[in-house]
Design a protein around this ligand. Structure first.
Ligand SMILES: O=C(O)CCC(=O)C(=O)O
Ligand SMILES: [Fe+2]
Length: 223
């Protein structure tokens, strides 16, 4: 069999560029985009594998706020999270893909995205995350939120939807069913959203593209 160059690059350029372009168009025209089952399967599977080998003790009760102001508040959020290590072999595909997306969006929309941080979240049955914004104007350097889901065989009547609201405490835009590989991307300061309780375990990956916020030579200080 004779292989040509394009066979070797099947995982990257043409297909991903059209996905990246759809994302860019969505962000440009409406500030958000929802793409069911859009994360390339290989990447979603590698995340699922990484999740499966993560030990329970890596997960801790999620907090709200940032830096020293972080507090646990079970009335606002009940999920447990585990931050991803970008040097972990099973995180490679995910961090490579998000780096390519960052570069694409910077070229296309001049967003000035600098870094990316990401965690797994585990919502047990009944867990929720009340309506919130991921970033407040002037207080955070989170620009763009990216969420994907690792739930195979999720049925629409199992709950656990992500509800997205229009900017400025607006109306509900849509409810997203957390099915495997669905991508949700939105401007972090603009779109309030909430996670509804489900009747089964719900796994998501949330990530944030951030501006460079280096202070006193400390590059991009911690979350
Ligand atoms: O899991 C989701 O659907 C979204 C989670 C979320 O809003 C967050 O972690 O800030
Ligand atoms: Fe959020």
């Amino acid at each position: 069999m004779i292989l040509n160059i394009s066979d070797y690059s099947a995982d990257t350029s043409p297909q991903d560029d059209s996905l990246f372009e759809r994302i860019a168009c969505g962000i440009e025209s409406q500030g958000y985009i929802i793409l069911p089952a859009a994360l390339p399967n290989q990447i979603a599977d590698s995340l699922l594998h990484y999740l499966s080998i993560l030990k329970e003790e890596r997960f801790h009760q999620a907090r709200i706020g940032r830096g020293l102001d972080q507090t646990k508040n079970p009335f606002i959020r009940r999920d447990k999270i585990a931050w991803m290590d970008d040097a972990h072999p099973n995180a490679n595909l995910w961090f490579d893909w998000t780096a390519q997306l960052k570069q694409y969006l910077n070229r296309r929309l001049f967003l000035g995205l600098f870094s990316f941080e990401s965690h797994f979240a585990q919502y047990n049955p009944g867990d929720f995350y009340k309506k919130h914004l991921d970033a407040f104007r002037g207080e955070s350097n989170r620009v763009l939120t990216l969420v994907t889901y690792l739930n195979k065989g999720w049925e629409p009547d199992q709950g656990g939807e992500l509800v997205l609201y229009a900017p400025d405490e607006g109306e509900e835009i849509t409810k997203v069913v957390p099915t495997f590989g669905t991508l949700v991307i939105f401007l972090s300061e603009e779109f309030p959203h909430e996670v509804l309780a489900a009747d089964r375990d719900r796994y998501s990956v949330a990530g944030w593209f951030r501006l460079n916020c280096s202070i006193n030579q400390q590059i991009d200080p911690p979350r």
